[in-house]
Design a protein around this ligand. Structure first.
Ligand code: ZN
Ligand code: ZN
Length: 589
């Protein structure tokens, strides 16, 4: 008996060793054959290990795992069920994991792992009701204080769009570890609730919870989205203090934060001190300079990246093309576009074609832009036609503008914003018929309104304004200041631009704040507030959810001159650096 046991133990060990080197279904079936010929297929330890290996480790072997599970394991125990649930939770069919979990409940009791794996499946299959059901079972089985289960429950709720439920689970946890705090931050970030993500950190500080690299990366990403530079800088200090600057992830997150907050010098500073850099690091610099319209610097970093022997990817080229397009480097842009596939074997995606259309369009080469779309095999992508239409507006080209709109209509995706673009072109071409046709289309279609807002960070607080906002506690002061600012801007040459489309036509469209005359756009309020609350010479940084309208653009230029302030506006599409009465976009946006 003893020798039998010993020989089984040594065979079991041999099988484990074999499994470790196994990376294909072919090898796996050989091992399985060995197990069967040695009469070990009913041995619980061995069959369990084999099953787990099939289900989880070798890709494509889930059917094999099912075979083992249903025919070779007589009374599956929790660990066997877990292997199946886990295997399917990572597979293209996560719903199968949920089926195994349901079945399991009739035969065996779930444990921490079962819950975690099935929640992962709920997360991937996007089934919120199931998530709630699992939550109930977690309670009934007494796992409501299990920090791992609760953290997975939070994630699953958040991914399924119930971030409030996630927060409730978090609040009710009797004990939290750093992973659960970090998860709460990332739940909010993924839901686009970046303010709330930063608020979690305030709570962490109050409760004296430490932090790690993941916390920093999560918070820095929230700062990047919000354009909250001051808070980001405080995070940078913290990273230095706590010794996280050696982490390439933290470094990358810092670069991204500085770039998205419009502080490229800050990004460069972090970049230069990094001892280790990966493709993300380089991409962050290239994309950073690219979206700021500084193509030459983007190219410089690309060349350095090549010298460092780092392989570029499709994001690298997006950054490069964007930079070339905004700086008018047409030939270079075309070269890079071709280089992508010819030298690096990267197939250009829709976004790359979009950049190329924009590159030609901005430079006034509208025929070429049209040709790119027609030969791109992406003729049915509305984004490309819309990009072309915007370029036609810049260069006032009626013919190609009409072609672009016709295609948008053909694709069934034309919207009020497109009609406004073409109406503007007609207006400048003094084509009254065209303008009135567009007005009719706008009226008929109705307008999807996106409320415009802007925010500005003053100190460590973010202040958000909407159009004609009267909700700020210091509203009166802000409007009084705005009057003074408008006067000063006017003395320097600012003239309010009349809007082409009357306020009665529509209130707001999603491509541009519509400039209804008389109303006060959110960024004007943010600028007035910023001027009132920051010391002279301080740069103002504003984030806006829509594109800047012509009037606000001109206003901001004259304010930068009149008050001798640098003003950086990040709108939905790009950055505008206003300084001394000029904007970095050279009035093309
Ligand atoms: Zn505006
Ligand atoms: Zn601009």
């Amino acid at each position: 008996m003893l020798t039998n046991h010993a020989s089984q133990a040594s065979k079991s060990k041999a099988i484990l060793t074999l499994l470790q080197g196994c990376n294909s279904l072919r090898k796996l079936s050989k091992i399985h054959a060995y197990v069967i010929t040695n009469g070990l297929h009913h041995h619980p330890d061995i069959s369990g290990k084999l099953l787990n290996f099939c289900a989880v480790s070798v890709s494509g072997s889930l059917p094999y795992a099912q075979l083992l599970f249903h025919h070779h394991i007589q009374n599956p125990e929790t660990q066997h069920w877990n292997s199946m649930i886990r295997g399917f939770s990572q597979s293209p069919s996560p719903l199968q994991a949920i089926s195994y979990y349901n079945l399991m409940l009739s035969y065996s009791s779930p444990d921490t792992f079962s819950f975690s794996f099935v929640l992962k499946a709920c997360e991937r299959a996007n089934v919120e009701p199931k998530c709630r059901e699992v939550h109930g079972t977690v309670f009934r089985c007494g796992y409501q204080n299990d920090v791992v289960v609760c953290t997975n429950l939070m994630k699953s709720y958040a991914v399924n769009g119930s971030v409030d439920h996630a927060r409730r689970v978090f609040d009710e946890m009797s004990e939290r570890d750093l992973v659960s705090w970090n998860s709460m931050i990332s739940c909010y970030s993924q839901a686009g609730l970046h303010h709330e993500a930063l608020n979690v950190y305030s709570l962490m500080r109050r409760e004296n919870v430490g932090l790690d690299g993941f916390t920093l990366v999560g918070l820095l990403s929230a700062c990047a989205h919000l354009g909250a530079l001051n808070t980001g800088v405080a995070m940078h200090e913290l990273a230095r203090e706590k010794g996280f600057m050696g982490s390439v992830y933290v470094g990358n997150a810092l670069i991204d934060m500085y770039a998205k907050c419009g502080d490229l010098d800050g990004a460069l500073c972090v970049f230069e001190r990094m001892r280790k850099r990966d493709a993300f690091t380089w991409n962050s610099m290239i994309v950073g300079y690219g979206v700021h319209g500084r193509g030459n610097e983007a190219i410089y970093f690309f060349e350095k990246m090549m010298m460092a022997g780092v392989q570029p990817n499709s994001i690298t080229f997006l950054g490069l093309l964007c930079g070339c397009s905004h700086q008018g480097l047409v030939e270079k842009g075309v070269d890079y576009f071709h280089m992508m596939s010819s030298r690096f074997n990267i197939k250009p995606g829709i976004k790359h074609y979009g950049c190329l259309v924009d590159l030609f369009g901005r430079a006034g080469k509208l025929e070429k832009a049209l040709h790119v779309i027609r030969t791109s095999r992406a003729q049915d992508d509305p984004v490309l036609w819309r990009t072309l239409l915007s370029s036609c507006k810049i260069h006032m080209n009626v013919d190609i503008g009409e072609v672009a709109l016709k295609n948008l209509i053909r694709l069934g995706s034309s919207n009020a914003g497109d009609y406004v673009l073409l109406a503007t072109i007609y207006f400048k071409a003094k084509d009254a018929d065209g303008v009135s046709r567009m007005r009719k289309l706008i009226k008929n279609q109705g307008v999807r309104t996106t409320p415009g807002w802007s925010w500005i960070e003053v100190g460590d607080q973010i202040h958000k304004f909407v159009v004609d906002d009267k909700s700020h506690p210091d509203t009166e002061e802000i409007y009084t200041k705005l009057e003074v600012v408008v006067q000063q801007a006017a003395l320097n040459g600012y003239v309010q631009e009349e809007s082409l489309i009357r306020a009665s036509d529509f209130t707001s469209i999603d491509t541009e704040c519509s400039g209804t005359s008389g109303s006060c756009h959110s960024e004007k309020l943010a600028i007035a507030f910023g001027l009132a609350r920051t010391p002279e010479g301080t740069c103002l940084r504003i984030v806006k959810n829509l594109r800047v309208c012509r009037d606000c653009h001109s206003f901001t230029k004259f304010v930068s001159l009149a008050f001798n302030r640098e003003i950086i506006v990040r709108d939905r599409v790009r950055f505008h650096h206003f300084k001394g009465g000029l904007c970095s976009c050279k009035d093309y946006w």
